[in-house]
Design a protein around this ligand. Structure first.
Ligand code: MN
Ligand code: MN
Length: 485
């Protein structure tokens, strides 16, 4: 019997030594850490509720940075270890940095996430009346399943500028007594033809029209009196006219608050967790970080969901400009082009984005050996892309192993996975844009269920582990072996 037990123990030890198996972290962490993970989720929920658009998330992040003593980069004459600065990028993105002791030419530790999410944008001339309903025309933004946006409460958020330059902010649908808005869907009784359509055509792009009103202007003789009634109301309330919508930037997003999910509240459900879960954990990690050896930078990008283009997307030179300004103020003189290249070559980047988690209701889309699991900690992806890794930045083995060593030292739970089965689809992140500058970049973030839906699901333990991972990265990541060339 004793020999049998001994053999069993030996086998177990050998398995643990030779196999790589990740574990569900709820079963691994002490009760006290569970409590910490739950507490962490509370403040994160507030960030989700406040920051449902990239502009609103910038406002939220800026308030947090100011509270923590971060100053505008433009106001800093010089920068030394311990200094904390931020730079807002055209109201839709933001960079925060905490200066480290090392020379800027040795590179920074950078965590980059994105704060835009799939949604419906208003068209330039959105308001119209049809069959005595007043509606708004929209143009969807990012990868959505269009049918998910019908028959659900929606909020309207954004900014307009009046002729005289006055800014008007719209934010309706989330406050206690606010009305909400909606895209109507067909009743099943009359859905015979609709129900046999492909899911991509069940609701078409031109059917994503948002119901916003139904009270007529008090003059039966006039044409479009329902539209006139609505515009009259908007003018009285906000002083805006139809023309102001033409130049506006207004987004339609799901109404409602972030919620705990499950009897045991293990999960968190909300719109826009892709990628505000990584934006929140990255920023929080920087705010909570101790003294830094290497300068720590967190960049919250815009426009990831449409390919990172535009002057607020990750491909914009504005981010290089910010990095250049930080170097200049650290060095006390403008860096040479060589200094800039050196900094970029030695900068280590976490491209911080969510990934698809294994969903037992749709097991056919992922390879069980190479899929991230909810509850198993931060998920690292060596590469993304589609088909033969098309359009990916494939991280080096040197970087990947250095990163996992960094996480292991901090006792962070990590796993590795691909987005889905080969040839099933795929996706990209901001990684390739930093990689194009010569930086060492790897993707990692929170495994997510129902990604890109109106109600995305994460595990609170993964959110917490991701925060711990980013903090360990910012505080302890070192330049890696192959960087000196
Ligand atoms: Mn994303
Ligand atoms: Mn996305």
């Amino acid at each position: 019997m004793a020999t049998k037990d001994k053999k069993k123990d030996e086998t177990k030890a050998l398995r643990e030594k030779l196999f790589f198996e990740t574990k569900n972290q709820w079963g691994e962490v002490a009760k006290s850490s569970r409590k910490e993970a739950f507490a962490f989720a509370e403040d994160y929920k507030k960030a989700l509720d406040e920051g449902k658009t990239e502009r609103l998330y910038v406002d939220y992040a800026l308030a947090e940075l100011k509270k923590a003593g971060y100053k505008p980069l433009s106001e800093a004459k010089s920068l030394k270890a311990g200094d904390k600065v931020y730079q807002v990028v055209r109201d839709r993105a933001i960079v925060a940095a905490k200066i480290g002791k090392d020379d800027p030419r040795d590179g920074f530790n950078l965590v980059g996430a994105h704060i835009d999410s799939p949604r419906l944008d208003l068209k330039p001339q959105p308001v119209y009346e049809a069959s005595e309903l007043v509606l708004l025309k929209t143009h969807y933004y990012g990868g959505i399943k269009k049918y998910q946006w019908a028959a659900t409460p929606l909020a309207i958020k954004g900014v307009l500028y009046k002729e005289d330059g006055t800014e008007v902010q719209l934010d309706i649908g989330d406050k206690e007594n606010d009305p909400v808005f909606t895209v109507t869907d067909l009743l099943p009784h009359l859905g015979k033809d609709q129900m046999v359509k492909k899911a991509s055509e069940v609701i078409s792009g031109e059917q994503l029209n948002v119901l916003i009103g139904g009270l007529p202007y008090d003059d039966e003789e006039t044409k479009d009196r329902f539209k006139l009634g609505l515009l009259n109301l908007l003018y009285e309330e906000y002083g805006i006219t139809e023309k102001d919508f033409v130049t506006a930037e207004i987004e339609v997003v799901p109404a409602g608050k972030a919620k705990d999910v499950g009897f045991d509240r293990a999960f968190l459900g909300a719109y826009g967790q892709d990628d505000r879960v990584c934006a929140y954990t990255a920023m929080k990690a920087l705010l909570d970080s101790g003294t830094l050896k290497r300068t720590g930078m967190v960049v919250l990008y815009d426009k990831e969901e449409t390919g990172s283009d535009g002057n607020t997307g990750a491909s914009s030179a504005l981010y290089q400009y910010v990095q250049h300004e930080i170097m200049k103020k650290m060095l006390g003189q403008p860096p040479t082009i060589g200094d800039v290249f050196e900094n970029q070559a030695h900068t280590v980047v976490i491209s911080s984005d969510v990934t698809a988690a294994h969903d037992p209701s749709f097991p056919e889309v992922s390879d069980p050996l190479n899929v991230s699991k909810v509850g198993h900690g931060i998920a690292i992806a060596k590469y993304g892309g589609v088909r033969g890794k098309g359009g990916t930045s494939d991280a080096s083995s040197e970087l990947f192993s250095a990163l996992t060593a960094c996480f292991n030292k901090a006792n962070v739970a990590w796993q590795a996975g691909e987005m889905g089965k080969v040839d099933q689809g795929g996706g990209g992140t901001v990684a390739k844009f930093q990689a194009a500058l010569g930086m060492e970049v790897i993707d990692c973030g929170v495994p997510t269920l129902s990604m890109h839906s109106l109600f995305e699901i994460t595990s609170k333990i993964d959110v917490y582990e991701t925060y711990r991972a980013y903090k360990a990265f910012l505080e302890t990541m070192e330049p890696i072996r192959n960087q000196k060339f």
